[in-house]
Design a protein around this ligand. Sequence first.
Ligand code: NAD
Ligand code: UDP
Length: 325
Amino acid sequence: MKEHKRKRILVTGGAGFLGSHLSERLLKEGHQILCVDNFYTGSKDNIRHLLSHPHFETMRHDICFPLSVEVDEIYNFACPASPLHYQKDPIQTLKTSVFGAWHLLGLAKRLQCKIFQASTSEVYGDPQTHPQKEEYWGNVNPIGFRSCYDEGKRCAETLFFDYKRKNLVPIKVARIFNTYGPRMHPNDGRVVSNFIVQALKNQPITIYGDGSQTRSFCYVDDLIDVVIRFMNAPEAIFGPINIGNPAEYRVIDLANEILRLTGSSSPIVYKSLPSDDPKQRRPDISKAKELLGWQPKTSLETGLKATVAYFDQVLSKNALAAELI
Ligand code: NAD
Ligand code: UDP
């Protein structure tokens, strides 16, 4: 890439699942990456292969505190995303969403640069309309166990839109639906990682509730495509835009598909449903299709096979390390 076209891009949460894939893709496009992370749920392992790249730099920093750097674009992906992790320290989760957004928007205002917010389908809560369109305002419990995340992300969206209206900051707000793929944390408690790890270990597959609740799963490569496409779209396209895969599955069907793909002998066990667990979720992605010319390409089977291969490798490495201790 020609030097004058190379951008210096800040990726917060760059050592996490999505942030590491995003950083990798932007580096491949020839840009320079400043990865800012406090390693709360992220890991050096996710970015080890990038550390020696001449255009990749990391900074340990908590976005709850102000950050002063010089960059051309900001992607804000810092925030624990799995219910297990974000509920562990709910106050920190809320601060990360709200103070983090506030500080980064302040930075974007000073630099007058574009800023992308990784918002979430959780802003819709337990939705009463189906599929979810961007116009839907949501059904969120403000005081429940998921509120630190849901309300934090909702407040962050408010800040983004107020900074746009009051300070003319060029914002991009995407509402991401359940995404999976290699580099998910094996112990993050999310349904895809849990089921694959349980299946590979021939341990019981834990279904919460009766498994009839639905989710729509997007493979990480598809998601990163649309994230970058959105950032590069004209300033008039600022969102919020739903991004995810509209193919909807019941949790029980996901379990059976993972059992089939792994050839596992794991039994299925049923556990109680966590409070405020949404019953159904599927994005309406008409806006992403129309405004960004995007739709996901990866089937659940293809994406799961790649994810199973990844976890298989991680578990073998861990088993070998345990033997050596
Ligand atoms: P992740 O937990 O793997 O990554 C989050 C990263 O942010 C980690 O590296 C973590 O260490 C870092 N981080 C957390 N708090 C921080 C802080 N205060 N300061 C600096 N760094 C901090 O999660 P992910 O799945 O990669 O999600 C990334 C973003 O995408 C999150 O904002 C999440 O809300 C959003 N999102 C993800 C999904 C999904 O399905 N994966 C769905 C909707 C939204
Ligand atoms: N789930 C499950 N077993 C697990 C983990 C999750 O049945 O071991 C269910 C969970 O209750 C929810 C769905 O799978 O209904 C998706 O959960 P996840 O934590 O992946 O994402 P979210 O609820 O945030 O969409």
